[in-house]
Design a protein around this ligand. Structure first.
Ligand SMILES: [Zn+2]
Length: 104
């Protein structure tokens, strides 16, 4: 303890100023890091909320199944899936006109 005290008191003003700057710099870095941490925590929280929303909206997801297969009446979320379904399940049938323009 004594040694540290001595070396501190023997420092020149310049050194002290440098120390001060260094201290506030490391303080600033700490703050910046803390801020980043908070930001990433907020991001995480948002993601968690979105995930929760996703599971809460199962009913809404069902509503999204708006594409119905002409042949077997299976409901699908999008035309792409419908096209895949049609090609796989009803290969002998002609592709419905609305699916001919669908990619995939
Ligand atoms: Zn079908």
């Amino acid at each position: 303890m004594n040694q540290i005290h001595q070396s501190q008191t023997s420092k020149t003003n310049q050194d002290q100023i440098f120390l001060k700057i260094n201290n506030s710099l490391s303080q600033f870095k700490k703050m910046a890091r803390g801020h980043q941490k908070i930001q990433s925590q907020q991001k995480n929280a948002k993601r968690q909320a979105d995930l929760k929303k996703g599971t809460d909206n199962k009913a809404a997801a069902l509503v999204k199944l708006t594409v119905v297969c002409k042949t077997c009446k299976t409901q699908m979320p999008d035309p792409k899936t419908y096209k895949q379904h049609f090609i796989n399940k009803h290969p002998k049938q002609d592709l419905p006109d609305e699916l001919k323009e669908v990619e995939g």
